[in-house]
Design a protein around this ligand. Structure first.
Ligand code: SUG
Length: 459
């Protein structure tokens, strides 16, 4: 008897971060060279938001479904109040600006734009309960980022509301042992999106006291000062019910962290059966064979894996150009399209590498987009998005009002043009009218997306 035809298949939905109206450069992220170098630069929130929205729109034109991930309410005056600043809003802002400018910048940060750090996602194909899994990242390494988690969890539940289809986990415990930065350190490789995936969990913070850690028996391995802990990665794989043969835990090289590789997506990238990584990315010198063997055993197909050497792309140029932070997308199964930041085109090594990969048919096309406002804070095209491999059946259950259409693109463009400031200098954070201006812009966005606009409170 012929099997009933099952038409659902998995596609990639891109959750694209919209830049908030308080986007600014405050140097809040140690280890992130762009954030450090551009501290106190005057930002351009309107340009930043339009650049990211244009990128999202471009993806839809290439055939990728896009869901808008809205900016979060800022400033978080509730945090300042909890820390002892009191009086009127105006007074709180003034005092914080004088006494604790770093803290003020933290509660104003628009960092939720980097949706790759919002959560880790596992498609239903790879989870034993057949549901699409989400765990919001706790982002414990930096205060400004840790303020995102609660609201992110809330928004993800609104965007993916059906509990029959979607499984929302709580964030991992708020402890540096469980330090988690979401999908920026997670890559899923597969023959095609509907096939079982091999999950690469990269970590750069190991805990020598954890007897389960694979590094315990290598005392010469430095502790690593990164943001993703082994325990966090292992817990995510466990929570998401990923089978043992479908997961690999990979230790990032501590020397890479030292030269500005604060997330794995700054030094490696993968899409379907393609994996590109820099020769200085990982501790294990035999990583190429390890990944290849696991992939082959799982899918019975070969993996296109390329180790990019320093001859082709010196590590410094990899970090400066953000080559690895390009998005690689497959609107159709034969595509491997690179969406690179403009900085790649302007870097002779990175540009030559793209040309080479095109010649070799490893990439099928390349586009260069300007997301410089985000780049200046260390966020390239891939940081601005969270990949959600979703079945076409599940896609019918997402919050439809946040799906990017030409009409929504136009509406959001208008809101940004009408309500975002052209520029924001560091001193502007002390201007109390910024509180109302930012709130007005955000209320319009949430109204337009038909999402609840809840002012944050400490929970
Ligand atoms: O966490 N920058 C972000 C950039 C995140 C990039 N994401 C990925 N690689 N996936 C960070 O370091 C800078 C904010 C400031 O300095 O104002 C900042 O938070």
């Amino acid at each position: 008897m012929p099997m009933p035809e099952h038409t659902t298949h998995t596609v990639e939905l891109s959750l694209e971060g919209l830049v908030g109206p308080t986007h600014n450069y405050a140097g809040l992220s140690p280890g992130n060279l762009a954030s450090q170098h551009n501290k106190n630069l005057t930002s351009k929130p309107k340009t930043a938001a339009l650049q990211a929205l244009d990128k999202a729109h471009f993806l839809t034109q290439l055939g990728i479904p896009v869901l808008i991930f809205p900016p979060q309410p800022r400033p978080r005056l509730d945090i300042l109040r909890a820390l002892g600043f009191n009086g009127s809003n105006q007074n709180i802002i003034k005092t914080a600006c004088k006494q604790a400018p770093h803290l003020l910048a933290s509660v104003y940060s628009a960092s939720s734009m980097w949706a790759a750090n919002a959560a880790t996602v596992t498609p239903s194909t790879d989870a034993t309960d057949n549901k699409l899994h989400f765990t919001p990242a706790n982002l414990t390494s930096n205060l400004h980022r840790s303020l995102e988690t609660h609201h992110t969890a809330n928004v993800l539940k609104q965007l993916f509301p059906d509990s029959e289809q979607f499984h929302h986990h709580p964030p991992l415990p708020t402890s540096s042992n469980f330090s988690d930065e979401g999908a920026a350190n997670h890559t899923r490789l597969c023959a095609d999106y509907s096939s079982p995936g091999l999950h690469l969990f990269t970590y750069n913070k190991s805990n020598q006291t954890d007897t389960d850690s694979p590094d315990t028996h290598h005392p010469d391995v430095p502790e690593g000062d990164g943001r993703q802990s082994f325990q966090a990665s292992r817990s995510l794989a466990h929570q998401h019910q990923i089978e043992h043969n479908q997961r690999l835990f990979i230790h990032q090289h501590p020397c890479a962290v030292e030269v500005g590789v604060f997330h794995n997506d700054v030094i490696a990238t993968g899409n379907r059966n393609l994996f590109l990584y820099h020769e200085n990315a990982y501790l294990n010198p035999d990583i190429l064979n390890t990944i290849t063997e696991h992939f082959c055993a799982l899918s019975n197909q070969s993996l296109h894996i390329r180790k990019i050497t320093n001859d082709h792309l010196p590590l410094k140029d990899a970090v400066e150009s953000y080559f690895f932070n390009s998005q690689i997308i497959s609107p159709t199964p034969k595509d491997q399209i690179l969406i690179a930041p403009l900085e790649v085109k302007q870097n002779k090594y990175a540009f030559a590498l793209v040309e080479h990969l095109l010649e070799q048919n490893i990439l099928t096309d390349a586009h260069y987009l300007n997301v410089r406002q985000s780049m200046q804070n260390g966020g390239g095209p891939a940081c601005l998005r969270l990949r959600v491999p979703i079945t076409t059946d599940q896609l019918k259950h997402v919050h439809i009002h946040a799906l990017l259409t030409p009409k929504l693109y136009e509406q959001l463009t208008n809101i940004i043009n009408d309500h975002y400031r052209d520029s924001l200098a560091p001193d502007d954070l002390a201007d109390p009218t910024l509180i109302t201006d930012a709130n007005t812009a955000l209320k319009h966005i949430y109204h337009c997306l038909q999402l609840n606009y809840t002012q944050n409170s400490i929970s």
